[in-house]
Design a protein around this ligand. Structure first.
Ligand SMILES: [Zn+2]
Ligand SMILES: [Zn+2]
Length: 327
């Protein structure tokens, strides 16, 4: 994972000279989660170094906004707040009018809609802000607020992994089913191989998920950050349903191709939209794996289409398989 210092080096604007005061302010700011007012930051900085003036903090905040290290957010309180942009994807906010806390979430469905509206109106979007005002669950119920130690990046990675795992699981079920019902031996082997691969990927993703949970004991229970109306696992579930109707190897391959293509597109499209973060990486890596599966299925589909009399092959292959199995 990139270190904040490397990130700062990369973002330093041309001609931006080193200033130890500025570096201190930036480093302190990057350690904060949530949405700070300039005065909040002044207070925190004063604890670190009494000699840094309010004006210096204000100036540095503006510099960070210009360098895209910080984002300015306006929650309608008559003053701006600032959040860091380091491995912190753009997001929307739920804002509680009772306790003034804000909660972040991301919905690619909403982003896609905004793009659609803007495109229909030939509007060049530079920034879109979505803020939902109301009363948070804790204020409503009087429940103890959960500590907000989790970083958005961690929540984002957790949700990206959950989506990838769910997709992997339904993909595995799809291929296992396709393998069990395909009579063509070669088709069956392909499906078995893919089911095995999905199982292996699943094991890897689950290990990564466990590692993530080790970073924060309450991570599982924290509210959802990343929302999708229809994630890619729905594709495989629909594919499995189609298999149940009884299909031959060619049709099964075609259904698999459709599922993998949809899944690849989903993870690539959204992965590319996210800003640099572990969640983005998870999406893009997953998109690559799905593309490999897609290519394999297409190759098999073509080979099968070319094969003359696939019935004969189907009859011969199982005996070879059973010989190998008994060897
Ligand atoms: Zn509240
Ligand atoms: Zn925020």
């Amino acid at each position: 994972m990139e270190q904040p210092s490397a990130y700062l080096e990369r973002l330093r604007p041309a001609g931006g000279k080193r200033s130890s005061k500025r570096d201190l302010i930036v480093n302190v700011f990057l350690r904060q989660e949530g949405h700070l007012s300039a005065d909040d930051l002044v207070e925190i900085i004063k604890k670190e170094d009494q000699k840094i003036s309010r004006a210096t903090v204000y100036r540095t905040l503006q510099w960070m906004v210009d360098a895209e290290i910080a984002r300015k957010v306006d929650f309608g309180e008559g003053r701006f707040r600032f959040e860091h942009a380091y491995r912190h994807p753009r997001h929307f906010h739920l804002i509680c009018k009772t306790c003034n806390r804000s909660f972040e979430f991301l919905s690619s469905d909403i982003e896609v809609l905004i793009d659609e509206v803007a495109a229909a109106r030939q509007f060049a979007t530079s920034q879109s802000v979505l803020q939902i005002y109301g009363t948070c669950d804790e204020c409503k119920t009087g429940r103890e607020p959960t500590d907000s130690a989790a970083t958005t990046e961690l929540l984002f990675a957790r949700d990206a992994l959950r989506i990838a795992i769910a997709t992997e699981r339904s993909g595995m079920a799809f291929y296992a089913r396709a393998a069990s019902m395909t009579r063509d031996a070669r088709g069956r082997r392909v499906f078995k191989r893919l089911a095995d691969e999905e199982r292996e990927h699943l094991t890897r993703l689950e290990a990564r998920y466990k590692e993530l949970l080790a970073e924060d004991s309450q991570l599982e229970a924290r509210p959802t950050f990343l929302f999708f109306k229809g994630a890619a696992n729905g594709l495989f579930a629909a594919g499995a349903e189609k298999l149940a109707k009884g299909v031959d190897a060619k049709q099964a391959l075609m259904i698999g191709i459709k599922c993998e293509r949809g899944s690849h597109k989903f993870f690539k499209r959204y992965g590319e939209r996210f800003e640099d973060s572990e969640g983005k990486q998870i999406f893009l890596e997953f998109a690559d794996e799905e593309r490999e599966h897609l290519e394999l299925l297409i190759r098999e589909y073509r080979a099968l289409a070319k094969r003359p009399g696939s019935k004969r092959t189907a009859a011969r292959r199982p005996s070879r398989r059973s010989r190998r199995a008994s060897a």
